[in-house]
Design a binder for this molecule. Sequence first.
Ligand code: MV4
Length: 511
Amino acid sequence: MVKKVVIANRGEIAVRIIRSCREMGIVSVALFSDADRMSKHVMLADEAYYIGPAPSSESYLKIDKIIETALACGADAVHPGYGFLSENTEFARKCEAAGITFIGPRAETIERMGDKISARRSMIEAGVPVVPGIERKLESVEEAARVCREIGFPVILKAASGGGGKGMRLIRCESDVEEAYTTARSEALSSFGDETVYIEKYIEEPHHIEFQILGDKYGNVIHLYDRECSIQRRHQKVVEESPSPFITPELRQKMGQTAVAAAKAVDYVGAGTIEFLVDKDYNYYFLEMNTRLQVEHPVTEEVLGLDLVKEQIYIASGEPLHLKQSDIVQRRHSIECRVCAEDADNNFMPSPGLINQVTEPNGLGVRVDSYVYEGYEIPIYYDPMVAKLIVWATTREYAIERMRAALDEYKITGIKTNISYLNAIMHTPDFVRGGYDTAFLEKNDEIISRYRKENQPGDTDEGLVEDMTMIAALVNWVMLEEGTIGTPIPQPTGTLNRWREFGKRKGMTGI
Ligand code: MV4
């Protein structure tokens, strides 16, 4: 069994991994850059080591420095989290070469799935449905035009090394081909150092639904059901939920079996995700496989009541899966909102800076995977996501109500956040109905803006409000201490609530 784990990451996911290590009696080791000396993962870990300057290229992406640190502190495993080095084959290989367990799939699997063309080939071989298209690289504009005519417009050009939307170009007619081909290739080259592109039939307004899978070192694979991830903005997920409100129970079973077949085809070891596009007519197609723990993994944990990081560590330690497919039952509904330090009124510009006050929601069915605290300064160097708010409830309707209440309770001052934007999503009729697709945010932009305008607290200065309530609390406390006022006097409702909003609060308008 693994005894000491280096977490090659930062932020909420580093905190998340440290917590599972602590439960399991595993020593956790944090790594930090100059910008992260005061970060929560550093305070929470059993040990912490400095690895370099703030830019990730000089710290969290420094393969040799990280391995050197892991060896020096006597760690036997590395958890890469998501992003950074989590899908880097060189890192996975160098860890294993140094005798350190990489908590993730084999390097060969990361490589095979990282190349979207070879991933498509593997899936076709395994009998997994893929989007109609080609399984080779395009060699010329002429070839691109020919393939487009064969498949039929619209088509989409994608970078073989891509993923997450970069290097993609939609082609609606013959005259779009040349520019799309040229720009997709140059974007692919500058983003991934590889200009290889290929073509797929374009699926209009698809649903993005993914299946979590687990595979052990002995060829056993199970799936942990689905996550609906269609609420995205510029290829960034904003809200995720499980189970998907779109697919039927029959389709869910079929897609789960397909996900297991996909993972078995590549002898998958560890936790992974099979992403599918699902069209209006309920046809589903393999899109990509993610060979890492994902940001949205908590909704699966809340629905099923298990700990995916623990499962990853057991698998990496050589334990066989202790769960059978029949043990996996979707008992609850879960929703996750990504809370980001960004200005929803200004094109979602990152809003880093000093956090003044934080009140996180809690209570039954409410989970906050966060890493910020009062007085913490969010660095400019990394992702603006500061927390994930996750709720579970017995039904989807109750989960939405719980999420709305939790978002109402969530207060962060000093920086701008997208909390009111998330709350507006929870009140948007298309969301409440369920069955939305990847065009949801575009289609509902106006409804979301209007909801936010009508439901913002009045135009009080947030900082002033909180200063005044803090002063009121202080004066009251001093007077109590001095005996100027007697033992607790009845307060007018809400007087000392530092978060009292002076604006008019409207009822829920979503349903
Ligand atoms: C597609 C597609 C339609 N047809 N492929 C976007 C990110 C990358 N992972 C793949 N993406 C898409 N691939 C075909 N053949 C539409 C998208 C897409 C999308 C996918 C999932 C979630 C949000 C999206 C937003 C726009 C486009």
